[in-house]
Design a protein around this ligand. Structure first.
Ligand code: NAD
Length: 502
């Protein structure tokens, strides 16, 4: 446990006041601002505008006008790409400032966030490259009288709604691709972690994004987010967050049949066979469960271990978990930071208590860590978990690892697929056949083999079942923000349907 910056020292720093960006202007809301208390230090660090429904309506109108009559969708892809590349450079130049904001508002370790910002720069550059390659199809094979051309057109106004756990990274998995396609956007970050998204607004203005193309409205989901998912002038909603709010988003969007892209919760299994490289796996198990304090859609929160290795693996994971450095997110050596809010801490503790009552055993951790500030939780391992227990089926979204066991590969697959989520999974075996068989049978959007939670801008990401709808990243990411239009062109004289030609 480490403490580098005391709450008093942090409180003496200036609290940052952020505004909202609507139609190129920085504006304040009418209500009292939202004060963000750092989850690690317990003091106010940022103030965001509490945007209203009226602010959201103004932002939607600005985005609509910018799409219907503004220059952005009409620019060449080359021009849009150049602006996205400039934005990437500016993000890199302000990486320290962005990393500080995400670390202090979300309680994430600063060294980890720096990696996320670097990853985001790569994604912005990737989107800039894809912008140049967005194209449709042509059919010169439909006979002498017909030429068919299939266009890809920007879908229009996109609402982008993001959660608190990867504030800068996640907006970067959506916005640059929407912009690359020529869309205009209204962005709502989480009310807990809005700072880095607002700085992104400054960056995009400096990079040359025209007024009204990116509007950023801060505030709550009920006040700002709901209208962004329902308004008829919005053509698409790209949402990342909980499965519950994802369902609400889809219901709202259905009233006007908007396209929706949903990145939701996960309860991701790691299946381990006796022939696996256990040294590599033990590290990946600890990383997968405790990275970002387990507040991660991709967390490897279910270990499904072959019975013959289970007790050894649990002991080794527990031994390594003891060394995980939990503490001050601003300390560059910290590996796990704070839990996002006291309420969320109580929710995680509730899952642990319920699991114990249901028969699970705490092999490590299990409760709070007292650092004299903020809310921190010990990396926790629950053994003797059975597939029917709530802790094995629901997303805890905290540093809590559930251990289940299997005898046969069929049983492992059944346990892995038995829940409502299907975001990602891991399989560990030195046997190629085992890895491929499991990889093909698991119902999840990503399956890692002999590794966990690696990623690249080129690789699509998203969920099966109630983990989501659609995919982000990858070479189709820009196409996701387009409509398809067919131009069916007639060449020469047309054969009439009714009136024979004379
Ligand atoms: P959340 O669903 O509570 O909030 C997400 C966003 O939706 C926030 O901006 C919030 O203000 C907004 N919102 C809330 N109510 C709304 C409403 N009625 N209408 C419109 N918007 C509304 O999620 P969270 O607690 O911020 O984030 C944690 C969740 O996000 C977890 O379930 C996690 O698995 C998921 N997540 C998924 C991915 C992924 O890629 N699959 C990535 C990160 C997080």
């Amino acid at each position: 446990m480490t403490v580098l910056v005391t709450p008093k020292a942090l409180a003496n720093q200036t609290v940052r006041d952020f505004k909202m960006l609507i139609d190129g202007k920085w504006i304040s809301g009418n209500a009292a601002p939202i004060e963000r208390v750092a989850p690690s230090h317990g003091v106010v660090v940022s103030r965001f505008q509490a945007g209203s429904k009226a602010d959201a309506l103004r932002a939607i109108a600005a985005a609509r006008k910018a799409f219907d009559t503004g220059p952005w969708p009409r620019m060449t892809a080359s021009e849009r790409s150049a602006i996205l590349l400039k934005a990437a450079d500016l993000i890199a130049a302000r990486a320290d400032e962005l990393a500080y904001l995400d670390a202090i508002e979300a309680g994430k370790p600063i060294s980890q966030v720096k990696g996320e910002i670097a990853g985001s720069v790569d994604i912005w550059r990737y989107a800039a490259a894809l912008a140049r390659d967005l194209h449709g199809e042509s059919y010169n094979t439909l006979g002498d009288g017909t030429l068919g051309v299939v266009l890809r057109e920007a879908i229009g106004v996109v609402s982008i709604i993001t959660p608190w756990n990867f504030p800068f990274l996640i907006v970067g998995q959506k916005l640059p691709f929407a912009l690359a396609a020529g869309c205009t956007c209204v962005v709502k970050p989480s009310e807990l972690t809005s700072g880095s998204t607002i700085v992104l607004g400054e960056i995009l203005q400096e990079a040359g994004v025209p007024d009204g193309v990116v509007n950023i409205v801060t505030g709550t989901g009920a006040e700002v987010g709901a209208i962004m998912t329902a308004h008829p002038d919005v053509d698409m909603v790209s949402f990342t967050g909980s499965t519950g709010v994802g369902k609400l988003t889809m219901t709202n969007a259905a009233q006007t049949l908007k396209k929706v892209s949903l990145e939701l919760g996960g309860k991701n299994p790691q299946i381990v066979f006796p022939d696996a490289d256990l040294d590599a796996f033990i590290d990946a198990a600890v990383f997968g469960a405790y990275f970002n304090a387990g507040e991660c859609c991709n967390a490897g929160s279910r270990l499904i271990l072959h019975k013959s290795i289970a007790s050894d693996v649990v002991a080794r994971v527990a031994a390594l978990a003891k060394h995980v450095k939990v503490g001050d997110p601003l300390d560059p050596t910290t590996q796990v930071g704070a839990i996002i809010t006291p309420q969320h801490f109580d929710k995680i503790a509730g899952y642990v208590a319920a699991a114990k009552s249901a028969g699970a055993e705490v092999a490590h951790g299990g409760g709070a860590l007292d650092l004299g500030m903020g809310q921190f939780m010990a990396p926790t391992i629950l053994s003797q978990v059975t597939p029917g227990m709530t802790v094995a089926r629901e997303e805890v979204f905290g540093p809590v690892l559930s251990v289940l066991t299997f005898d046969t590969a069929e049983e492992a697959i059944e346990i892995a697929n038995s829940i409502d989520y299907g975001l990602s999974a891991g399989v560990w075996s030195k046997d190629f056949d085992t890895c491929l068989t499991i990889g093909r049978r698991i119902r999840a959007g990503t399956v890692w083999m002999n590794t966990f939670m690696d990623g690249a801008s080129e690789l699509p990401f998203g969920g099966y079942k109630q983990s989501g709808l659609g995919r982000e990243l990858g070479r189709h990411a820009v196409e996701d923000y387009t409509e398809t239009k067919t131009l069916n062109m007639h060449i020469g004289s047309r054969t009439n349907w009714w009136m024979p030609r004379t």
